[in-house]
Structure formats: structure tokens, C-alpha cells
Design a protein around this ligand. Structure first.
Ligand SMILES: C=C(O[C@@H]1C=C(C(=O)O)C=C[C@H]1O)C(=O)O
Length: 415
């Protein structure tokens, strides 16, 4: 049975090589794009064969179980057998256990893929249907649109007060780190072609994971977990500074970040939380001793790449369940940080700072920490979020400015 108590659908899946390279973005549904893309490579989903909803503390485990059942019931003819082929579900999961928003797994009816020079098409139908959908045609983009994102439920002053409150609790010894965020909102014009902001994000932030799942979209630089053929890797980010105005000040900033005690401490919490969560599932964990500085168009991050060999049959979604929430987006210790977030943030994070990505029939997949992102609701209201790690000595004004820089990708894509 699925989470909604329905019998598990029986799927028929076929992946074939495409005769020519197909544009991922141009084939998407303008009102409901499903995308996972980096450096021009990735997968694009069209239509919905199955949509499963999950909620509550067991949402990841319920989804992982539902996926195992769906795969067991599917007949898959995969003539390509490379990363991203065969039966795939896109997923987006909420940050909080008690979010009013749902977590989803969505299996498209058609998936177009392009990775390392190989283009393919996967078609998916219910066993009760006789034919797969015809290949969707590429369509011209709808008109450009522009919206102004305004303060949501967390005002700039409210955010700064929350940061000051958090630092005093950290200094009192209640916890070591908490990640606080704020929200901005806008109304999208009716019929807005959502491929336009995705195109801007993919062009502006090519090294990030540009994603779209179930009205939730963004461009995240942070890899929560990727698993492929028995290996797993993650990219932990924590510690941020704005880019410099010129080459010299940019270099000074990057050195300042790499040597900042506050940022290194904040980063260490995040790396440790990922390593500890992975320990039961992996061996041969390799991580650089010192973080490196990762340059994005809008900011510098402190980054650590972690690689490991998987020792269990865990799917990538099981690993997501073990890792979420990392200290990069919650804090340390996790339960105290999650409780303080619920107390100080006057909004439901929804899928922001949750997990977004995809998995295949073998359980391998790619998942990002859902950052630099926005959710569109059924009234066409879009809400974007950004936050930062608060530790002892964090300055409310600097933290506020950091949220502005982190909102920039979404502001540029919608503005
Ligand atoms: C919380 C966010 O980003 C996280 C927090 C960071 C920080 O505090 O320096 C850096 C990268 C992310 O792990 C966000 O983008 O909203």
C-alpha cells in the first residue's frame, strides 16, 4: 500500500537512446516543471505517472518503503543503463517533521535525459494503459515576467532580533549553533512560464543543482548525498562571505573566510554531523582535513567534500533519512536547534532546507540540501527562503546581509 492507503501501482518503464540531443528545459511543462540539472547535464520530467505524498517524522522512511514496493511491482526495460535511466522518482521533502506542507515522490510519464554526451528518453505508464505517451514537443517560452519579492512573515528587524536572541542562548550554553532563516513572498502572474526562472538559475549558477519538483524550485550548491554503484559522496557547506568588489578584495575575502574562527567552527559542526550520520552505512570515509573555499557568483562558502564506500544496501533515500537535518541547516545539538528554529521562526519552512533530488530503481540517486529556493502554492504565491548559521559571536546585521546575498539567485530569477 502507498502512504495514501492505495494499492501500489504497477508500472511499465522503457528507456531508449534518443536519436538526437533533446533540450531538457524546452520540453518541460511550463506550469509544472520537473528538473534536476547541473552544468547542462541532468534529467527533465514531464507529466505524472505516480505522485505519492508523505508527512510526519517517518516521511523519509515511508517514502523509501513505498519506493521499494513501487520498484518491485515495475517491469523495466532499460536499454541505456547509465546514471539517471530507467525508473526514476523526483522527490522533495520538508525540513520539519511537523510541517503542514507535504513531502512528495513523483514519477513522471516521460523523462528526457542528457549526461556525458548520452541522450535518452524514458517512458512510464501504468500496466493498465496500452500505450506510452508520445514524446512531448519542445515549446517556445512564454512571456518574460517580473515580480518583486517583499518581506514575508519574518521582517528584517524580526530576523535580527531572533539572531540576537539565539546568540544569547548560545552564550548561556543552551546549544552551540542554530541556523535561522527568513522568508520573502510575491504573487506570480497567472500562466507564468516557470521554465524562465529555471533557465536563469541554470545559466547564472551552472555549478549548482538547478531543480524543480512539485512547484518547488531553486539552485542549490550543497550536495546532501549522491550514491552510485556502492560509493557515496556529499559536499558540506557552512561558513559564508560575500564576493569582493574586485579581484584583490575578492581574494582577501576568501582568505578571511578560510581563516575565520567563527566560520571554521560553524563549518566543523556541519562536517561532523554528516560524518556521524553516515558512519553506520559506510566505510573508508575520505574528507579533506581543511575546508576549501567554494566560489559562487554571489558568495564564498567554506566547503568540505566527503567520499565513502557504502557497506549496506541502503538506498539514497535511506541515507537522506539518516543525514537530515544536518548541522548546516539546523544546528548543534540537532534536537535543541530544531526546537529553537520552531520557536524563533514565525513560518513553516516547508521544503526549504529539506532534501530535494531523485532516485532510481536500484536506490542510487542524487540529493541536494534544498537551498536558494522558492515554493509556489496553489494561489500562485511564491515564497523564497534564506538563512545562515548562528554561533557565538554572530552579528545580527551581518547575518541579515548574508540572507540577502543568499536570496539573490531567486530574486534575479524572478525579478
Ligand atoms: C541556510 C542556508 O545555507 C546554509 C548555511 C550556510 C552558512 O551559514 O554559512 C552556508 C551554506 C548552507 O549550508 C541558506 O542558503 O538558506
Amino acid at each position: 500500500m502507498t502512504s495514501s492507503g492505495q494499492p501500489t501501482p504497477q508500472l511499465r518503464v522503457q528507456t531508449v537512446l534518443a536519436s538526437s540531443t533533446l533540450s531538457l528545459l524546452a520540453h518541460l511543462d511550463p506550469s509544472d516543471p520537473q528538473l534536476w540539472m547541473r552544468e547542462g547535464h541532468g534529467i527533465a520530467g514531464i507529466g505524472t505517472a505516480v505522485r505519492l505524498e508523505f508527512s510526519g517524522a517517518s516521511r523519509f522512511h515511508d517514502a523509501a518503503d513505498a519506493w521499494r514496493r513501487l520498484v518491485a511491482n515495475a517491469v523495466i526495460d532499460n536499454q541505456v543503463n547509465t546514471l539517471g535511466t530507467g525508473l526514476i522518482a523526483f522527490g522533495a521533502f520538508t525540513f520539519a517533521d511537523h510541517s503542514a506542507q507535504t513531502s512528495v515522490l513523483r514519477v513522471p510519464r516521460t523523462i528526457i535525459g542528457f549526461v556525458d554526451g548520452t541522450s535518452w528518453v524514458t517512458r512510464i505508464r501504468l500496466a493498465s494503459e496500452t500505450d506510452f505517451d508520445p514524446l512531448p514537443t519542445a515549446t517556445a517560452y512564454g512571456p518574460e515576467f517580473r515580480v518583486n519579492l517583499r518581506t514575508g512573515s519574518m521582517t528584517p528587524d524580526g530576523f535580527k532580533a531572533a539572531v540576537a536572541d539565539a546568540t544569547s542562548r548560545i552564550d548561556r550554553g543552551d546549544l552551540s549553533k542554530v541556523v535561522l532563516a527568513r522568508d520573502v513572498v510575491a504573487k506570480l502572474p497567472a500562466g507564468a512560464d516557470l521554465r524562465r526562472p529555471l533557465c536563469d538559475l541554470a545559466r547564472g549558477y551552472p555549478s549548482c543543482w538547478t531543480f524543480a519538483v512539485d512547484g518547488f524550485f531553486g539552485a542549490s550548491p550543497e550536495t546532501l548525498i549522491r550514491s552510485l554503484d556502492g560509493t557515496a559522496n556529499a559536499r558540506v557547506l557552512a561558513g559564508t562571505m560575500p564576493r569582493g568588489r574586485d579581484g584583490q578584495s575578492d581574494e582577501v575575502t576568501s582568505i578571511a573566510l578560510a581563516t575565520s574562527r567563527k566560520n571554521l567552527e560553524e563549518h566543523e559542526f556541519a562536517v561532523r554531523s554528516v560524518q556521524e550520520a553516515l558512519t553506520p552505512y559506510v566505510t573508508d570515509v575520505v574528507a579533506s582535513e581543511m575546508p576549501f573555499t567554494l566560489k559562487l557568483p554571489n558568495l564564498w562558502h567554506l566547503a568540505t567534500d566527503i567520499e565513502a564506500t557504502l557497506t549496506s544496501a541502503a538506498t539514497s533515500l535511506d541515507l537522506v533519512a539518516a543525514l537530515h537535518p544536518t548541522a548546516a541547516i539546523a544546528g548543534t545539538p540537532t534536537p535543541d536547534a530544531v526546537a529553537l528554529i520552531a520557536e524563533l521562526e514565525p513560518f513553516d519552512r516547508g521544503r526549504y532546507a529539506g532534501a530535494v533530488g531523485w532516485l532510481d530503481a536500484s536506490g542510487d540517486g542524487q540529493w541536494a540540501v534544498a537551498l536558494r529556493c522558492a515554493q509556489i502554492d496553489s494561489n500562485n504565491v511564491v515564497t523564497a527562503y534564506a538563512g545562515g548559521g548562528i554561533v557565538s559571536g554572530s552579528d545580527p546585521q551581518t547575518e541579515y546581509e548574508e540572507t540577502n546575498i543568499k536570496l539573490q539567485p531567486i530574486i534575479d530569477a524572478l525579478g
